[in-house]
Design a binder for this molecule. Structure first.
Ligand code: ADP
Length: 336
């Protein structure tokens, strides 16, 4: 289903005229006993930006998310949203943020309207104003016809849209979402991302999304890529992939370590072995391919030449794959 655009409400009053960045994270550190989950992370998010926190499992996304949503106090460093400090002013800050957790928070046995009614009360909204706001927000997420239906009768995608409506009820300037598309089918994922873009464009909400999915990260205006608690890259998806330049060549080989060494010696290229492949970054990869195949006859089982992706940015910055347990991505592989 395509999300319905609506013009039922004017943008919320923004506090962003006063401040350049709506979110400012400085040298954030978090330790759980002896484990360091965040290790000096700094970045800023601009007003009306769709900002992604991308990283593999264990990279620190949830920890960062919990600190920004004031559920956890960092070990060191600072984080501010709308000019308010997450540690010193959590109550005031919460009025500026909407939070959508991975775990479901809607009550299945209640109707959509009842869920939102209770949520409104938590934020001090009452009576006719709350009624009007529920109507507006349900129109915004395309569920205006389902207000009186019990949530348990809805699809996963619709339930996630109610979560979104709950998070937005009090007109926050910032919406924080933790892996919001987990468990959704591709159609519902697409819909949800369209809603996020609508929020950014029509209500100027800053949307922060954690994800471990490259295709979702590609949709963000800017990204912070995390690895083992550290920020390894920051920028627009296009900037990040452009930084690699040229092409990425993957060569499948029986002895990737050995082949990588020999390619380095012969071509003076920084080839590295990764799993069953040799990987290298090079300008005009298509010209290099015939040379390398000829130089090592019979040693290359298959190869691919492709433009760099965000996965390549991750490899470029960390020296290892995004998902260590998975095979190298198969980019239009050609048998040789
Ligand atoms: P992500 O959301 O990217 O998977 P997390 O923030 O959940 O990353 O975890 C970052 C690191 O902190 C991991 O090494 C994880 O094992 C560790 N960690 C997370 N929560 C706890 C906890 N409650 N106690 C101890 N270690 C934790």
């Amino acid at each position: 289903m395509t999300p319905k655009l609506s013009a039922v409400e004017s943008p919320p009053e923004l506090h962003t005229n006063r401040i350049e960045a709506i979110i400012s994270v400085r040298d954030l550190i978090h330790r759980y006993q002896d484990r360091t989950a965040l290790n000096g992370v700094s970045f800023e998010v601009r007003p009306a930006e769709l900002f992604g926190l991308l990283g593999p499992n264990g990279s620190g996304k949830t920890t960062l998310f919990r600190i920004l949503s004031t559920l956890m106090v960092p070990s060191a460093g600072t984080a501010q949203i709308a000019g308010l400090d997450v540690v010193r002013e959590p109550a005031a800050l919460r009025r500026h943020i909407g939070v959508v957790f991975q775990a479901q928070s809607v009550d299945q046995k209640l109707t959509t309207y009842e869920n939102l009614w209770h949520q409104g009360h938590l934020y001090g909204l009452r009576g006719a104003a709350l009624k009007q706001r529920i109507k507006e927000i349900l129109t915004r997420v395309g569920l205006q016809d389902r207000a009186r239906d019990r949530v348990e009768t809805f699809s996963g995608g619709m339930q996630r849209r109610i979560e979104l409506a709950k998070g937005l009820l009090h007109h926050p300037e910032v919406l924080l979402l933790d892996e919001p598309t987990t468990g959704l089918d591709p159609g519902a994922r697409r819909d949800l991302w369209q809603y996020l873009q609508i929020l950014r464009d029509q209500e100027r909400v800053s949307v922060i999304v954690t994800t471990h999915l490259m295709e979702e990260a590609e949709r963000c205006d800017r990204l912070a890529i995390l690895n083992e608690g550290k920020l390894v890259a920051l920028g627009t998806p296009a900037e990040l992939t452009r930084e690699i330049g040229g092409d990425v060549v993957l060569l499948e080989a029986h002895e990737p370590e050995e082949l990588a060494g020999r390619i380095r010696n012969m071509f003076h290229i920084d080839a590295i072995a990764m799993g069953t492949h040799v990987r290298l970054e090079i300008e005009n990869g298509h010209r290099f391919v015939p040379d390398v195949v000829e130089a090592f006859p019979g040693e290359i089982q298959a190869l691919s030449v492709s433009k760099p992706t965000l996965e390549d940015v991750f490899i470029h910055r960390t020296g290892h794959k995004f998902w260590n347990e998975e095979p190298m991505p198969q980019k239009g592989k050609r048998k040789y």
